[in-house]
Design a protein around this ligand. Structure first.
Ligand code: SF4
Ligand code: SF4
Length: 263
């Protein structure tokens, strides 16, 4: 079913324990308000170009930059996220947003999906049943009904693609060169607020023409993936061997280390 009615009940559940994807200008504003912004990296081996008709692959291509891990060509997807545990720093005691008129696009489109290839499913959302029992149409034939919500979905998706050069440059400037394998997890990097804000406020005008760095390592917590990446000529790193610090591996599956122990 792709038709949903919806009205927000202002329960506040969707404003807790999040990594909110932000455009680069939203990330700058979030940092200026004192928040924390992480840099999440995932990568896809990219040995051959996909057909133009392969819409999901072309979507990934538009929001990534070309790089290498060892001898393996990869495309790196970087996501700037507002990260917080517990309640959002802007959530009031009355469960109202304290920056309502300036809240990020992703907050304005919830519960719609950012990824155009993921169908909306109420069971994957925080909203209570009564929110979906509303008489207000939210989605018809897989399209969000409200024009403002559509606009913010478009701005977030296009911002994600337009920011690719900026994100490649930020990674190079901060020395970020470790990524997960896409669909297995993320490498989350947490630079200092001052360093990231300074970069976001001083983006060179020719950033899209700059080369990305090419010596990425690919982090995994799966022994089978580690072996496969090695055979493909990449630079694999086992997540369990990472030193604690401002970067951490966020795996989607429990650790499956090599039989002989962490590499
Ligand atoms: S910015 Fe506002 S809407 Fe977004 S998570 Fe925080 S409190 Fe919720
Ligand atoms: S979880 Fe759903 S109903 Fe609750 S505040 Fe968020 S959008 Fe509204």
């Amino acid at each position: 079913m792709s038709d949903f009615n919806f009205s927000c009940t202002q329960c506040g559940k969707c404003c807790h324990n999040l990594r909110l994807p932000l455009t680069h200008s939203e990330a700058s504003a979030w940092l200026q308000r004192g928040g924390t912004v992480e840099i999440l990296c995932e990568a896809i081996p990219w040995v051959t170009e996909p057909a133009l008709s392969d819409a999901p692959a072309m979507h990934k291509r538009r929001r990534s930059f070309l790089a290498c891990s060892g001898e393996l060509p990869i495309r790196v997807i970087v996501i700037l996220t507002a990260t917080f545990e517990g309640a959002c720093p802007h959530l009031g005691r009355d469960m109202r947003c304290g920056i309502y008129d300036h809240r990020p696009h992703v907050c304005r489109i919830y519960p719609a999906e950012v990824n155009p290839f993921i169908a909306l499913s109420p069971s994957h959302k925080q909203c209570p049943p009564e929110a979906w029992a509303s008489p207000t149409p939210f989605m018809r034939a897989n399209q969000v009904v409200d024009a403002q919500t559509q606009l913010h979905m478009s701005l977030l998706r296009h911002g994600d693609q337009l920011d690719t050069g900026i994100k490649a440059w930020i990674c190079r400037e901060l020395g970020i060169r470790s990524t997960s394998l896409s669909n297995e997890g993320f490498m989350a990097h947490c630079p200092s607020r001052e360093a990231l804000l300074s970069l976001l406020q001083n983006i060179p005008p020719d950033v899209d023409g700059m080369p990305s760095q090419n010596d990425w390592s690919m982090v995994t917590n799966q022994a089978a993936t580690f072996d496969a990446l090695g055979r493909a000529g990449a630079k694999p790193v086992y997540a369990g061997s990472l030193a604690s610090g401002p970067s951490q591996y966020l795996g989607f599956r429990p650790d499956a280390p090599p039989m002989e122990g962490p590499v």
